[in-house]
Design a protein around this ligand. Sequence first.
Ligand code: MN
Length: 234
Amino acid sequence: MDRKRFFSLGAQAAAGAVLAPSVLRAIELRPTSNALTFSQTPLPYPYEALEPHIDTLTMRIHYGKHHAAYVKNANEAIAAEANPATTMEQLFGTIGSASAKLRNNAGGAWNHDLFWSSMGPGKGGSPEGKVSDALVGAFGSFEKFKEVFTDAAMKRFGSGWAWLISRDGKFEVTSTANQDNPLMDVSEVHGKPLLALDVWEHAYYLKYQNKRAEYVAAWWNLVNWDAVAGRIDK
Ligand code: MN
């Protein structure tokens, strides 16, 4: 390969990193049956919008590479295994009998969509209305909820997620390993996910290195409580 061609390919790769959602749509597998297909929801804000709490490069790699790969691999696994699920509930409700590839990547595809849409620039603060009422009812106060959720995020050993879920109408905090989520039959705690925090190192290492606590503390400035409220009745 000559230098000119090398640099041309390099430029295409760089463009691909920026245009990940459209590139992804182009390569997305389309099973011929009515099998479930994941697609990557466009980010509801620019990569740089969550600065300084989550840096631009982390967002670019996390969304454009990690999340894109989960979506692609989940669709590959669904097709390869001819998974019969037609809804997300069916898929996650039977994921224990699927392959590790499908479990990990379907979880990764779905969890990140919830994560992106749980954040926004200029958000944070404390919730109002029914979210506030439910948090106070379950934890005693909003501050106590933050403490319990932060604790779950910090104590998740290795890679995983911290969750606020609704279980039989009551709010609870839990955490899962890897890309599992509380909709999965394999999860220790089951419920409707309302808020998710990614505590994989890929979510924070470029900016925070080993200081997960600083990442979690900064993340509270981004939480979109309106999005959480919108999920309660769904
Ligand atoms: Mn992630």
